[in-house]
Design a protein around this ligand. Structure first.
Ligand code: ZN
Length: 475
């Protein structure tokens, strides 16, 4: 049995520029983040010889069919045919949130289903392939008027800049935000369930005529996505008011693309949130719809999350404890780490030990951080093909080392220990050698290498914080 979990997403900037009608002429860019709400697909073998039908599918309704051509649900039909699965398969679907929320759920569903069906066949597929196939199915097969961003957001997970060049394939780059700024952003974001139903495709269709005539607006929307990366990646405390200014501009530009993007009810929500102190906000997805978010201001006098909870009292109602920003980004490793060996790309991975979720070691907490420190999965898996043991989850290095100030060179006892290690290795392995070469991987500030250099070894270069700070000298 294969179970895939595919994240939904919230978009920040660039929506609309992910349509080929625009990006094939001008190039597009989108900034979005996966959230910890998911679409689940369960695919298992179906013993059709024992039944009167060959495929069993269950979603909000059930389908028992003899061939893929009989399947009513167009996405199941298209995905099964794309993967060449004609019989002996059973599929179940579960989702954390309802459809048409503006959180990219349709594409999460398509991407997750393709992922599960490929894995069921034993095929390894990369996120880029999943995204491309989902685009082909939604745009080509089903002829839906959708952009490309949701398929990529779902297939990659994480907080990303997704660029759509005119000629080449889309490019996904992880946004390197510091942990402090990520926390600050999350604390100041509120997702609001508006309970308004809409189908994205209709709204997107209404925007299409504008795409040709309002190129200048879309270019600005694309440039704002690129601009926002600088804001998110800045190492100093996140500038919420600059971010709010961009969001405000993005929302008013988005509204100018189609009259269906907003409506008096949404405009009223927005105005009330602003009056309560929200700095900016927008409707997610194509617009016109169900989930919006508001960006609050930190440290306002009305509670932990700034001004936002007061807005939520009338706006969100019934939507669970994570409203108020208590969602975490879904990482791509969450989805793919358990599927693909990071050394040989094999999918034959077995769990060895699962320690649940753990906080970082060697990370001293400030008083106000106690109880709020992030936890990450800590699980060791073993690869059958290359025999390596590995963690199935990696904390992004930008997050882990964004505020990492530990240097081995500042501890005298550690430096003495490294001197001893260098001497021992020199005596055991380098006796009488005319040339001594040392490569130190993960060398921190290069303290260990310095001791080898004192003994006449040729040390490799030391890379620290992405910069080469020391190059070994030949004896
Ligand atoms: Zn392997």
């Amino acid at each position: 049995m294969i179970i895939t979990r595919t994240p939904l997403r919230i978009s920040f900037f660039g929506g609309g520029t992910d349509f080929p009608e625009f990006f094939k002429e001008e190039g597009g860019a989108v900034v979005s983040a996966a959230i910890n709400r998911y679409s689940y697909q369960i695919v298992s073998e179906f013993p059709s010889s024992l039944f009167d039908y060959a495929i069993r599918i269950s979603y909000s309704r059930g389908e028992l069919v003899k061939s893929t051509h009989e399947i009513q649900h167009p996405v199941f039909r298209a995905c099964l045919q794309k993967c060449g699965l004609e019989r002996d398969v059973e599929i179940h679907v579960a989702t954390d949130l309802p459809a048409f929320t503006g959180l990219g759920s349709s594409s999460s569903f398509t991407v997750g289903l393709l992922h599960a069906l490929h894995a069921f066949k034993g095929d390894r597929v990369l996120p880029s392939h999943l995204a491309q196939e989902a685009v082909q199915i939604e745009r080509g097969g089903l002829g839906e008027c959708v952009g490309f961003q949701d398929q990529y957001a779902a297939a990659y997970g994480g907080f990303n800049l997704i660029e759509f060049p005119m000629k080449e394939n889309p490019k996904v780059s992880h946004i390197s935000i510091t942990l402090q700024n990520l926390e600050k952003l999350q604390k100041n974001l509120l997702l609001v369930f508006t309970k308004i139903k809409r189908k994205a495709v209709e709204i997107e269709k209404s925007k299409l005529p504008a795409m040709k005539s309002q190129k200048a607006i879309l270019k600005r929307i694309r440039d704002m996505a690129l601009e926002s990366v600088g804001l998110f990646e800045d190492k100093s405390p996140l500038d919420l008011s600059a971010l709010a200014q961009l969001l405000e501009e993005a929302w008013s530009l988005k509204k100018s693309l189609s009259t269906l993007v907003s409506n008096p009810e949404i405009d009223e929500y927005y105005e009330r949130a602003r009056k309560e102190g929200a700095l900016a906000g927008k409707i997610l997805g194509a617009g016109g719809g169900r989930v919006s978010y508001a960006l609050g201001s930190a440290g306002a006098a009305c509670g932990d999350r700034g001004c936002v909870p007061r807005s939520s009292q009338y706006a969100c109602g019934t939507w669970g404890p994570w409203i108020g920003g208590d969602f975490r980004w879904a990482s791509d490793q969450n989805r793919h780490g358990i599927m693909i060996c990071r050394v040989c790309d094999s999918t034959r991975l077995d769990p060895v030990i699962d320690l649940g979720t753990q906080p970082w070691c060697n990370h001293f907490l400030r008083k106000e951080e106690i109880g709020k420190e992030p936890f990450y999965p800590l699980k060791v898996v073993h690869c059958h093909d290359c025999e390596t043991a590995q963690l199935d989850f990696t904390v992004p290095k930008e997050t882990m080392f964004g505020d990492h100030t530990y240097l081995s060179g500042v501890t005298r006892s550690l430096s003495q220990h490294f001197a001893g290690v260098a001497q021992e290795i020199d005596q055991r392995f380098f006796k009488g050698a005319s040339k001594k070469s040392i490569l130190d991987i993960g060398s921190n500030d290069g303290t260990q290498l310095k001791h080898f250099q004192k003994l006449g070894a040729h040390g490799s270069e030391v890379i620290f914080d992405g910069r080469v700070i020391k190059t070994g000298t030949a004896s």
